[in-house]
Design a protein around this ligand. Structure first.
Ligand code: BGC
Length: 382
């Protein structure tokens, strides 16, 4: 294990202390050195910083709260920039009412049924925060923690190391989990995420990122015209609590078939029982490539009007496509416009939801001595 940053600022980060890091020193042959500014303060006075990065035509702003991508700007085919990720322009809204806008998700992306699981004969009860289920790590997941951030420039890459230590028993999870997430902007403007974690007791872990994309620009209306392709010929249908039934159902002949690019709005109003239950798409696709040693292409999103495209590559076996079903017009973004249902969408690379209770799904167990490692690459084009 080589997590580092004095191996994840052990107690301090675990206690939620905002460790502040001043500047990076390296000079870029490629992008500019990340710049840190004060974004706001938590109620207890903790300062939250915004880190700005730019490389290869992509501009990224990341908060020390939740590792949140507060803004991600890319050009359209005429070179006009837009922020393509939904969010807020102030810390208070992130704390009070964010539906995980742009955040790092841990310890477990998506749901664990009734927040219960058994590991090595021991029963665990997690924090339950979504009806009967535990969603995205429980009531105070990684999205609501203060991360310790260290900037870097490496050759033509620029980026941030984000560190958080989750103490044994936090949100009901066993083991102290030391987490390091690396956000890299490459000289081609790709945004790469590398997740690493170690534990001192057997546990389960499934980290992801919860950016809400709208390639036409946040606040510009529906994503139903976006075209999506997902390299998955099966998906995991859910029960009424959005917990997978365990079946790996074929997408062929159903609204869930995105094996060839199609407009998201094309079948979203089909009265397929799975779409009715979830109020749209909110499902895990079983990626045909399976778990791979290196990130491989799994999805392409395209906004035909602006020409902006997003390609996702991962080594993970699953992808949650969530079509922003629960956005209801009550949240206002940085553009001053509200987010209504389907105004942004998430593509979360992951292991399957509820894997700790589904022995047939790829395992999410992490044991002492092992290092959890997954990577996702976002490539932008126009
Ligand atoms: C889940 C949705 C949930 C949303 C929270 C998504 O990852 O799949 O069911 O409502 O996160 O904003």
């Amino acid at each position: 294990m080589e997590l580092n940053r004095r191996t994840v600022i052990a107690g301090a980060a675990a206690a939620g202390m905002a460790a502040t890091t001043l500047g990076g020193t390296a000079h870029a042959t490629g992008g500019r050195k990340p710049v840190k500014t004060l974004f706001g303060k938590l109620a207890d006075g903790t300062k939250i910083y915004s880190w700005s990065l730019e490389n290869g035509g992509t501009r990224l702003k990341v908060l020390s709260y939740g590792g949140i991508v507060q803004s991600l700007e890319i050009p359209d085919r005429r070179g006009r920039y837009a922020n393509v990720s939904a969010g807020f322009d102030n810390i208070e809204d992130y704390v009070a009412k964010s539906p995980y806008f742009g955040a790092l998700i841990g310890r477990y992306g998506n749901r664990i049924g009734k927040g219960k699981f058994t590991l090595d004969g021991k029963n665990y009860q997690l924090s339950v925060n979504d009806g009967e289920q535990s969603l995205h790590g429980g009531a105070k997941g990684f999205d609501k923690r203060v991360w310790d951030i260290e900037p870097f420039t490496k050759g033509s890459d620029v980026g941030l190391y984000l560190y958080y230590t989750s103490v044994d028993g936090e949100m009901g999870y066993p083991g102290t989990l030391k987490t390091k997430v690396t956000y890299t902007l490459t000289r081609h403007g790709d945004w790469r995420i590398d997740y690493e974690a170690t534990t001192d007791k057997a546990t389960v872990v499934n980290l992801t990122s919860h950016v809400y994309w709208n390639l036409a620009g946040e606040g510009s209306g529906t994503i139903e015209d976006h075209e999506l392709q997902i390299a998955g010929s099966r998906y995991t249908p859910t029960d009424s609590g959005l917990i997978p039934t365990g079946e790996l159902a074929k997408v062929a002949g159903t609204p869930f078939d995105f094996t060839r690019a199609k407009a998201i709005g094309r079948d979203i109003r089909t009265s397929h029982p799975q779409l009715v239950t979830a109020k749209g798409f909110d499902h895990n696709w079983v990626l045909d490539k399976g778990i791979t040693a290196r990130p491989e292409h799994v999805a392409t999103l395209r906004d035909p009007a602006s020409g902006r495209t997003l390609k996702i590559a991962t080594n993970e076996p699953g992808l949650q496509f969530y079509s922003g079903n629960f956005l209801d017009g009550t949240l206002t973004g940085p553009s001053g416009r509200t987010y209504r249902q389907g105004d942004a969408l998430c593509l979360e690379t992951q292991h399957f939801p509820d894997s700790p209770n589904k022995p047939s799904f790829p395992s999410t167990v992490l044991r002492p001595g092992q290092t959890y490692r997954t990577s996702t690459i976002h490539t932008f084009g126009c």
